[in-house]
Design a binder for this molecule. Structure first.
Ligand SMILES: CC(C)(COP(=O)(O)OP(=O)(O)OC[C@H]1O[C@@H](n2cnc3c(N)ncnc32)[C@H](O)[C@@H]1OP(=O)(O)O)[C@@H](O)C(=O)NCCC(=O)NCCS
Length: 185
């Protein structure tokens, strides 16, 4: 089976960004992201009620990384490496099928500057070249056109549309699944 057991958390660099691990000092930034109405508009998840919940999420993500189950980077600007402005990564992996699911979010003040596109290229390259994934998926709320457009611009294609497959807050929501195959396979 494909393995995600990396000895050290992989720090990646792009022209403007560093993608690094999240640590407990990023809890307030994660809390700010996860409680921001604009950010969470199409992310249908229960929102944290206290920053300690975000700290616990970071601890879980770090534990999952050590167990080889997930790989989520903090997005920081090179000139402010301590300030997490977003995150991107493989929250869910399906390593038996050499597949992982990419997710991302960014504080609204940084939107439309190409930041997630820049981070996504690196995250995808790492997934294909270093982890040797065969495919990468992304699961969007069908109303999330911004996320859809980023995926399409980066070569993802629509693979599935599930009707009312996701139950959250008393509602059944649809999901649209995008996928990208490893071009080297
Ligand atoms: C979706 C999101 C990550 C986009 O990040 P971003 O850094 O602003 O995206 P980019 O600047 O790299 O945009 C790349 C392309 O995506 C498309 N896009 C981005 N935001 C868009 C918007 N609001 N409406 C329509 N298209 C949009 C455009 O085609 C854009 O290219 P262009 O600016 O040259 O036209 C950001 O809006 C966000 O954090 N949203 C909330 C969290 C979220 O929904 N995450 C995805 C969950 S599946």
């Amino acid at each position: 089976m494909l393995s995600l057991n990396l000895p050290l958390f992989p720090v990646l660099e792009t022209q403007r960004l560093i993608l690094r691990g999240q640590n407990e000092s990023d809890a307030a930034a994660l809390y700010a992201l996860r409680t921001n109405d604009q950010v969470m508009r199409y992310i249908d998840r229960v929102r944290p009620k206290h920053v300690d919940e975000s700290k616990a999420v970071i601890q879980t993500l770090n534990k999952n990384f050590k167990n080889g189950e997930s790989l989520v980077w903090a997005i920081v600007l090179k000139e402010q490496p301590d300030v997490m402005i977003g995150n991107i990564g493989y929250y869910r992996t399906d390593l038996a099928n050499h597949r992982a699911e990419l997710g991302y979010m960014l504080l609204p003040e940084y939107w439309r500057k190409g930041i997630i596109s820049e981070a996504l290229v690196q995250a995808v390259n790492f997934g294909f070249d270093s982890i040797n994934l065969h495919s990468i998926s992304a699961n969007i709320n069908p109303e999330n056109n911004a996320s859809r457009q980023i995926l399409i611009k980066n070569g993802f294609v629509k693979e599935a549309y599930f009707k009312q497959d996701y139950y959250v807050n008393g509602k059944f929501l649809d999901s649209e699944i995008y996928g990208l195959l490893n071009p080297n396979h």
